[in-house]
Each structure stands twice: as structure tokens, then as C-alpha cells.
Design a protein around this ligand. Structure first.
Ligand SMILES: Nc1nc2c(ncn2[C@@H]2O[C@H](COP(=O)(O)OP(=O)(O)OP(=O)(O)O)[C@@H](O)[C@H]2O)c(=O)[nH]1
Ligand SMILES: [Mg+2]
Length: 409
């Protein structure tokens, strides 16, 4: 199969061109809008013995010439035709609605099959047409970078760039996309509440930051506040830390008490606020976010989302989405020492436009905490991919990039 693209000022003209050149059976892979109009990508047969794509169009209930990895269509097609016949013969009966449901299932199954075949064909076409681009997509996927971000990074490469140079540029571009806050909090101070899922290391991160502050500026001008009245012993955990460091520690039952407390602490340059961990799917997350946001805006404090790099990337992505309700100004990344892959985490943070403040690489207080550095995180992501000796397979790549492959040059 080959892929041919048609560009026209509007969809109607593009489809007319496709019909004139490829006939009414042309298989449209994708359409996209361009500044000059629209582009339609069409699959065209290059050899007679390749997969006969036009015959797979389900709307015609035509015979499906199966690709080697696909179940034989003959098993599906007669069944499909007889179901159709049943539906038209017995309208309104229970048998008809059952048959209709089965036809729906068959159609959905065929559609997935067709999409899967087209994705495979489009990916195979890309590996022949632009092998360097395909190899780069494979490397980025192995690192854990999500498909849309990988395709975007490739799109930013200048034309005709050599593979080794392209590799370097893509990673440099990735670290440019990753924003960091620097060490301002510990240099100048600030007011920050730490939110995030349970057990990710919020309280430990606060302990590390507080200890570092004391080492740099002394015991004065710092206060710890616990808003965690959910977990047994949470307040006590912070109080013990306060006693060890010789800094003031306060426990509040409600975020609404923050303005009053801080009005009594005008000299505090660093205020670290600990909150109770919340599961991303917790039904109360939104209401907690709104009451905390309200209190934080009244004291000019920021919210930092604490995330464990040791979580699976789907979990982390969901956390980033759900905790957006807290309007976090930055993310603090913990448990880097437990992460098997880092690309998904970096993709999620880039996607959300969240700068990374600090990175924790172990439980030791105060050692295991450093200000985030973008190029170090990217290097770490690449190192982890190499260390696990993993490599993204063609099936995964076809699934991820099949739909956008035709747009990659
Ligand atoms: N390996 C590793 N462990 C960590 C790191 N940060 C924290 N921990 C450990 O993770 C566990 C949970 O840490 P906490 O700071 O209590 O987590 P939390 O987010 O405050 O938990 P909740 O308040 O219950 O939501 C503790 O055993 C910490 O020692 C890290 O960077 N690496
Ligand atoms: Mg805690």
C-alpha cells in the first residue's frame, strides 16, 4: 500500500479529486485542516497481491481480504450478511433487536480491525518512506514520551537534518519544553501548600525543605502548618519535625483559619503547609480544592502538586488532570529513585504546562532533594530506557502513530 495526500481549498473539492483519481472505493485514512485548506490522506494499492483495502469497507458488507495477523474475514462475513437479512425480515421483534445489537457489535469489530490494519499499513509505509523519523519515534516511545509530544518534537526538526543531529535536537527540544522553578523558595522564601495523592511524599518533602532552610537561614522566619486532620498521626509527624528543627509548627482544622494564623506571623518568610493526601478519583477532591484555593489566595500562597515518579504514567497523568482543580503553580517530583521510566511523567508535566520545582530521589532528610534541572531529568529518562533495555515494538508504534504517520515527513 502507498499513501497519497490531496490538498484542496475545502473538503468537497478534496473529496472530488480523490473520487476522480481513485474512484468511489478510495480508503480515506485521515483528514486535517491546513492554513491553505484541507488535506486528505488516501490509501492506494501498490500491488495486486497486497491487502485489498477497498473491499474491507464495512458499509458495503464486502468480503474482507485478511492480512496475515487478522482472523479470516470469511468467518465473519456470511454471519454479518445473514444478520442483516434477519433485521430487515423481522422489524420490531425481539429477535430483530437482538440481531441489530449483534450487527452493531460486528460493525464495531470490523471497524476496529480496519483501523488496526490501516494503522499498521501507515506505520509500515512510514518506516519505508522516512526510516530516520520512524527510528526517532521508536526511541522517544521507548523513553516513554507520549505519541502527540513525540510527533510534535519531530515536526520541529528542520528539513534534511541527519539522524545523529536529529536525535540531539529532539532531546534538547524536550528539555527546553520542560520548565523548572529553580531554588527560589529556599533562597527567598514563600508560602506553599503541598497537595497530591496519598503517600507520595508530601510531608517528607516539607521536612527536607524545612531542614534545608534552617541550614541556610537559621530557625527563624519559618513556620510549618498542618492541615492534615485525616491521617492518624499526621499532625504529630509534623510537630516532631518542628521540634527537631526548632521551628514553629501549627495544626489547623480548617484551611479557612490560615489568614488569621498568618496575620500573627508577619516575620515568617517561609511557610510550608502540609495537606491530607487525596486519591485522584476521590469525590471530594473538587470541593477540597475550592476551599483550599480560596484560603491560599487570601494569604498569597501557591499550591504545589506533589507527584511520585514511581507511579505508573497513566496514574500520574490522571493525577495531573484531576489535581488541576487546585491550580498548582508547580510540581514537586518524588521517588525518582523508584522510577522505572520517566518519559511519561515528563510528557504529562509538559502537557499540563507545570514547571518542576524540586526532585526527591530517596527518603533521607534533608539529603535527597535537589532543585529540578530539565536536562538532568531528560538524561535520566534516556538512561532509564537504556538501563531497562526495553524497545518499543512495531505493534505499539503502529497503534500510537498509525493515524498521524502520513503527516510525518
Ligand atoms: N524511596 C523514596 N521514598 C520516599 C521519598 N519521599 C518519601 N518517601 C517515603 O514515602 C513514604 C510516604 O511519605 P510521606 O511524606 O508520609 O507521604 P505523604 O504524601 O505525606 O503521605 P500522606 O500524608 O499519607 O498522604 C515514607 O515512607 C517516606 O519515607 C523518595 O523520594 N524516595
Ligand atoms: Mg503526609
Amino acid at each position: 500500500m502507498n499513501i497519497k495526500t490531496y490538498t484542496a481549498k475545502d473538503m468537497r473539492s478534496a473529496l472530488r479529486q480523490v473520487r476522480e483519481e481513485q474512484g468511489a472505493d478510495a480508503v480515506i485514512l485521515s483528514t486535517r485542516h491546513l492554513p491553505e485548506g484541507v488535506e486528505v490522506a488516501v490509501a492506494i494499492e501498490s500491488q495486486k497481491d497486497e491487502v485489498a483495502l477497498p473491499e474491507v469497507v464495512p458499509a458495503r458488507a464486502a468480503g474482507m481480504a485478511a492480512a496475515p495477523s487478522v482472523a479470516p474475514a470469511a468467518a465473519v462475513q456470511p454471519d454479518f450478511a445473514s444478520l442483516l437479512a434477519q433485521v430487515s425480515a423481522q422489524p420490531g421483534t425481539e429477535a430483530a433487536s437482538l440481531a441489530e445489537a449483534r450487527v452493531g457489535d460486528e460493525l464495531r469489530g470490523m471497524r476496529h480491525l480496519l483501523e488496526w490494519q490501516l494503522s499498521q499499513l501507515a506505520w509500515n509505509d512510514l518506516t519505508r518512506r522516512a526510516p530516520a523519523a520512524a527510528e526517532l519515534l521508536k526511541e522517544l516511545t521507548t523513553v516513554g514520551i507520549t505519541a502527540p509530544l513525540a510527533a510534535e518534537l519531530l515536526g520541529e526538526l528542520p528539513d534534511g537534518v541527519r539522524f545523529a543531529d536529529a536525535q540531539r535536537r529532539v532531546l534538547a527540544q524536550l528539555s527546553r519544553r520542560l520548565t523548572v522553578t529553580g531554588d527560589d523558595l529556599l533562597d527567598k522564601g514563600g508560602r506553599v501548600a503541598f497537595v497530591g495523592p496519598t503517600g507520595v511524599g508530601k510531608t517528607t518533602a516539607i521536612a527536607k525543605l524545612a531542614a534545608r532552610w534552617v541550614m541556610r537561614h537559621g530557625m527563624r522566619h519559618i513556620a510549618l502548618v498542618s492541615l492534615d486532620d485525616q491521617r492518624f498521626g499526621a499532625e504529630e509527624q509534623l510537630r516532631v519535625l518542628g521540634r527537631l528543627l526548632g521551628v514553629e509548627c501549627y495544626a489547623l482544622a480548617d484551611a479557612a483559619e490560615l489568614p488569621q494564623l498568618l496575620s500573627r506571623l508577619p516575620d515568617c518568610r517561609l511557610v510550608l503547609i502540609d495537606t491530607a493526601g487525596v486519591a485522584p478519583r476521590d469525590a471530594t477532591l473538587e470541593s477540597r480544592a475550592s476551599s483550599l484555593n480560596d484560603a491560599l489566595s487570601r494569604i498569597g500562597a501557591q499550591c504545589w502538586l506533589t507527584l511520585s515518579a514511581g507511579s505508573q504514567s497513566a496514574v500520574l497523568e490522571e493525577s495531573v488532570q484531576r489535581f488541576a482543580a487546585f491550580h498548582p503553580a508547580a510540581a514537586l517530583l518524588t521517588k525518582l529513585d523508584e522510577a522505572a521510566s520517566l518519559g511519561g511523567t515528563l510528557s504529562a508535566l509538559i502537557g499540563a504546562g507545570l514547571p518542576i520545582s524540586y526532585v526527591a530521589e530517596g527518603p533521607r532528610i534533608p539529603e535527597d532533594l535537589t532543585p529540578a534541572r530539565a536536562h538532568q531529568l531528560v538524561a535520566r529518562a534516556v538512561y532509564l530506557a537504556q538501563a531497562t533495555d526495553a524497545s518499543a515494538g512495531d505493534e505499539l508504534l503502529a497503534r500510537k502513530f498509525g493515524k498521524v504517520a502520513h503527516a510525518i515527513r
